[in-house]
Design a protein around this ligand. Structure first.
Ligand code: SF4
Length: 317
């Protein structure tokens, strides 16, 4: 075991994680995002920083000593104990914006150490960009999966190449599909997010149709819709404030959601709009429950009653 001290050189990022990771322990490997150019994202401008793997292993050791023996050591960031206290020992979420970018050899080292200390772990997951996946071979991804990194969260955002380029996502839809296929071939589970309203009024229909098409080709086990929120400090926020981006209204975003649900052709996907950014929450298995989800959306779209929507002040990322 290394020293008991966790270095302060690496600044621990704030916790940004998918809603389904609420009971995970959040272990940072990086902070920021390797892309950090997407014009809508709260990672915009947050350059990637890598954490020393020795520090990562020391945190795993500190967590192990705490969970196994109740030992609290000096020099360890108190957040380790705060998170550790509530942790059931089953899931780890690797921070940050795309932890899969962490150098492969070091990622193996960190995962091997996690498995050594916590052999009963159920799963490890992280955010990943398509570039991170495409940088790895199927064999390399399989090795990660064997070490329980079994789930990747991937942001498609839009299936439209024009919109992807406009928001500076750094990849096109063909690369998105290729990355999803490679991860699936390696046996990883994918959770893919899309953003309603990302094309604005102008590109609303195109955005929804192309997103349904590409999402279906990616064919993930989980898919989630978010609704665009303007993050201060981002280029899209400025475009909106200065009138260059015309946002769709809440019912417009629900019409996009309806198109995505209706046009989708999944094998078996749990689809949801439960995220707090959305105006209406739906969830169900597609294609099995497509009719029910469409009925639920039609009930709201038919009435156009704003009181049926999540109030603006309760929407959040
Ligand atoms: S959307 Fe994803 S790739 Fe783009 S800046 Fe945000 S975290 Fe990075």
């Amino acid at each position: 075991m290394g020293t008991n001290k966790i270095s302060v050189r690496f600044e621990r990022p704030e916790i940004i994680r998918p809603p389904s990771e609420w009971r995970s322990y959040y272990l940072p490997l990086t902070s920021g995002c390797s892309n950090h150019t997407c014009t809508f994202c709260n990672y915009y401008g947050r350059k990637l920083k890598l954490r020393d793997v020795q520090e990562v292993k020391e945190e795993i050791d500190a967590l192990y000593m705490y969970k196994r023996y109740g030992m609290v050591m000096s020099g360890v960031d108190p957040v380790v104990y705060y998170l550790g206290q509530q942790w059931d020992g089953k899931r780890i979420f690797l921070q940050d914006g795309d932890a899969l970018v962490y150098p492969y050899g070091k990622l193996l080292e960190a995962l091997e150490h996690l498995n050594r200390r916590f052999p009963d772990l159920e799963r490890v997951s992280c955010y990943a960009t398509p570039q991170d996946i495409l940088r790895r071979s199927v064999e390399e991804l399989r090795r990660l999966r064997e070490l329980k990194l079994t789930m990747l969260y991937l942001g498609l955002e839009s299936g439209s190449d024009e919109i992807l380029e406009r928001v500076r996502k750094g990849v096109n839809s063909a690369q998105m599909i290729e990355a999803a296929q490679r991860a699936k071939e390696a046996g990883m589970v994918l959770s893919v997010t899309v953003i309603l309203g990302l094309g604005g009024v102008e590109k609303s229909q195109e955005h929804a149709r192309a997103t349904a098409r590409v999402l279906s080709r990616m064919d993930p086990e989980y898919a989630a819709a978010l609704t665009l929120l303007f993050v201060p400090g981002t280029p899209l926020y400025r475009d909106w404030k200065e009138g260059r981006f015309r946002p769709v209204d809440p019912f417009g975003s629900l019409e996009e959601l309806r198109i995505i649900v209706e046009d989708s052709e999944f094998t078996n996907c749990f689809f949801s709009s439960m995220h707090a950014s959305n105006y209406v929450a739906i969830k169900g298995w597609l294609p099995r429950e497509k009719e029910r989800l469409l009925r639920e959306l039609d009930a709201v779209l038919g009435q156009r009653d704003p009181s049926l929507l999540r109030p603006e002040h309760l929407r959040a990322l």
